[in-house]
Design a protein around this ligand. Structure first.
Ligand code: KG4
Ligand code: ZN
Length: 365
């Protein structure tokens, strides 16, 4: 009989407290038995962004209940699990510690293996939860904290092809939204405002467009938006909509250009790959204008575009449980799992030279 593997996953690296149970029978598509997420948006809204201390405390308050909900939704007890996977980084240190301590206790109490997982690896492997997707493929990860293009060559084999040299794309959306007086979280609010705006009213820059390296930059765009807004202040609703629409067009245009470079590179590196796939993940993947631009870019370059459902694109614990299973099945779990410490910075490919900010603890971007 084919072997079944069932993992509990725990995710607390930013402002989502999440737990999920994923099961897989060898040779079949995995099944998400439960996927519980508590979003802390309300806790942070008054501050216009995530406050680390508030996040850590909210994780402490919510995590037990979320784990209980995930197990009960899945109809599973700790005894039925084959292991516990937990996000060990990168992210906010307080939240990471809350998740790690909880996961370690559950693993010890139940005698099950613990698998510490890199949050970015969770995003990188998440499409394999919902599609029969073989390695290698390309991943564009665009969230509030990360903007990178990764060649996913296999479990544990990731090659970062591009990163942002300043802001993450979600951060650029959030900061621009704040400047325009739109509510938090800014990305979705800006997309809504842009619907009635004129994309042609402001000619904002497309940073790095045309550069051979597929890296990203958004700070120049942000500055241009600030200057345009200051010049015509106070802003009417129409001004806000027009700036939002012009910003969104410039940002998606810049991303599409950068992604096109990466697709060309990937093609050159894998000439025998007849049907390559570009996967998009992270909260900004919800943006319809970005999706449309990337669909066009992928099509022009002979790539299929795969966007996992939104609840798997944004932060969740099903992707962490799944990454834990993928590692565990290949015997790739860290040997020092029970003493594994939280890593606020933890690049996916640890050998890469950081683009900037290569501090003691590793690359920031
Ligand atoms: O992946 P995610 O849920 O959390 C982390 O950042 O880890 O991504 C959140 C980010 C925020 O910056 C949010 O403003 C952005 O994704 N976002 C959007 C949209 N929905 C979420 N940005 C643009 N358009 C959207 N529709
Ligand atoms: Zn994330």
């Amino acid at each position: 009989m084919a072997a079944q593997t069932v993992f509990l996953g725990i995710e607390t690296s930013c402002d989502e407290t999440a737990a999920a149970v994923v099961s897989v029978v060898d040779g079949a598509r995995p099944v998400i038995l439960s996927n519980a997420v508590f979003s802390q948006i309300a806790e942070h809204a008054a501050f216009g962004g995530v406050v680390p201390e508030i996040a850590a405390r909210a994780h402490v308050d919510a995590l037990d209940g979320i784990v209980r909900a995930a197990l009960s939704d899945a109809g599973t007890g700790l005894a039925e699990l084959d292991g516990v996977a937990v996000t060990a980084g990168p992210g906010l240190i307080g939240g990471l510690i809350v998740g790690l301590v909880t996961a370690r206790s559950l693993a010890m109490a139940s005698g099950k293996p613990l698998v510490p997982v890199n949050h970015l690896e969770g995003h990188a492997l998440s499409p394999r939860l919902v599609a029969d997707l073989d390695f290698p493929y390309l991943l564009l990860l665009v969230s509030g904290g990360h903007t990178q293009i990764v060649a996913v060559e296999g479990v544990g084999r990731y090659r970062r092809m591009a990163s942002t040299i300043d802001d993450a794309l979600g951060e650029a959306f959030d900061k621009t939204a704040k400047l325009l007086g739109l509510p938090y979280p800014g990305g979705p609010a800006l997309e809504r405002a842009a619907l009635s705006g004129d994309t042609g009213r402001f000619a904002f820059p497309r940073p790095l467009k045309g550069e051979a390296r597929p890296d990203f930059s958004f700070s120049g765009l942000k500055t241009a938006v600030r200057q345009a807004a200051t010049a015509i202040a106070p802003l009417s609703d129409k001004d806000v909509a027009d700036i939002a629409a012009s910003f969104q067009l410039a940002a998606t245009d810049a991303v599409a250009d950068r992604v096109a470079r990466a697709l060309d590179r990937f093609r050159n590196e894998h000439p025998a790959h007849s049907a390559p796939t570009l996967v998009i993940a992270g909260g900004v993947a919800a943006n319809k204008a970005l999706r449309a631009a990337l669909e066009e870019t992928a099509r022009c370059h002979g790539f299929a575009l795969l966007a996992p459902p939104l609840d798997l694109c944004t932060d969740n614990a099903a992707m962490i449980a799944w990454a834990g299973i993928e590692r565990w099945r290949l015997d790739l779990a860290p040997v020092d799992a029970m003493t594994f410490e939280a890593r606020p910075r933890w690049p996916l490919d640890e050998d890469v030279v950081p683009l900037y900010g290569g501090g003691r603890k590793g690359a920031k971007a």
